[in-house]
Ligand binder design. Structure first.
Ligand SMILES: [Zn+2]
Length: 190
C-alpha cells in the first residue's frame, strides 16, 4: 500500500512474478502522471510492482499570492467545489451500514454521476464519481476492510465503471487488481 508515502524510496517491495526483492528506490520507474502518480516496475522482469501517490501540489495559501481579483475568485470557487466534493466522500467506517451477510462480494459500480458500492442489489455507499478514481478505490477499499474485516471477499469493478476508474493512466489497470489481492485475497487474473 502506498498512499502519501514520504520516505517512499525506502519502502520494501517484492515482485509477484519473479523472486526479486528490494526497496522502491531500486525499482524501474515509469513516467510521472499528473505530477502525482508514479508507477514502479520490477528491475528483473518488468512486472508492475506498485504505484506511489504523492500529495498534490503545494498549500493553497501559496498559490493565491499575486493573483488578480478574477483569478482569486476562480481559485476560491474551485476550492469550494473541492470542499463540497470532499464532504460527500466516504471517510470513516461509521458511515457504512451494518451487514448481516458473512461473505461479502462487493461491486464497484458507476451509475451516471455516482460511484456506488453494492452488495447484491443493495447500495451500501455512493458518492460523486471521480475521474481516475483508482485512488478513491483504494481508500474506499481500506475503509470497507476496516468496517467489515475478513467478511469482504472482493470489491469487483463493473465494466461500465472502468472508464472513470482507470482514466488515462494505464498502470491503474494493474494497481486496482493489486489492491483487491492485498486487501481481499482476490487472485489476479492472468
Ligand atoms: Zn520480477
Amino acid at each position: 500500500m502506498t498512499i502519501f508515502f514520504e520516505q517512499w524510496q525506502e519502502m520494501e517491495c517484492s515482485c509477484g512474478k519473479c523472486s526479486w526483492k528490494g526497496t522502491a528506490g531500486t525499482t524501474t520507474r515509469g513516467r510521472m502522471h499528473r505530477g502525482i502518480y508514479l508507477d514502479l516496475y520490477c528491475p528483473e522482469c518488468t512486472e508492475f510492482i506498485d504505484l506511489i501517490i504523492f500529495p498534490a501540489g503545494e498549500s493553497c495559501a501559496h498559490r493565491k499570492e499575486g493573483l488578480t481579483e478574477e483569478e482569486l475568485q476562480a481559485v476560491q470557487e474551485a476550492e469550494k467545489a473541492e470542499r463540497e466534493y470532499a464532504a460527500q466522500c466516504l471517510t470513516s467506517p461509521d458511515q457504512l451500514p451494518e451487514l448481516a451477510e458473512t461473505d461479502l462480494f462487493l461491486h464497484w459500480d458507476q451509475v451516471q454521476g455516482e460511484t456506488q458500492v453494492r452488495s447484491g442489489d443493495t447500495v451500501i455507499w455512493s458518492e460523486p464519481v471521480a475521474y481516475e478514481a483508482f485512488e478513491r478505490f483504494e481508500r474506499i477499499a481500506l475503509i470497507l476492510k476496516e468496517k467489515y474485516g475478513a467478511k469482504v471477499k472482493d470489491l469487483a469493478p463493473t465494466d461500465r465503471s472502468l472508464l472513470f476508474l482507470y482514466g488515462d493512466y494505464y498502470p491503474s489497470m494493474f494497481y486496482v487488481p493489486k489492491v483487491r489481492k492485498e486487501l481481499f485475497g482476490c487472485p489476479i487474473a492472468a
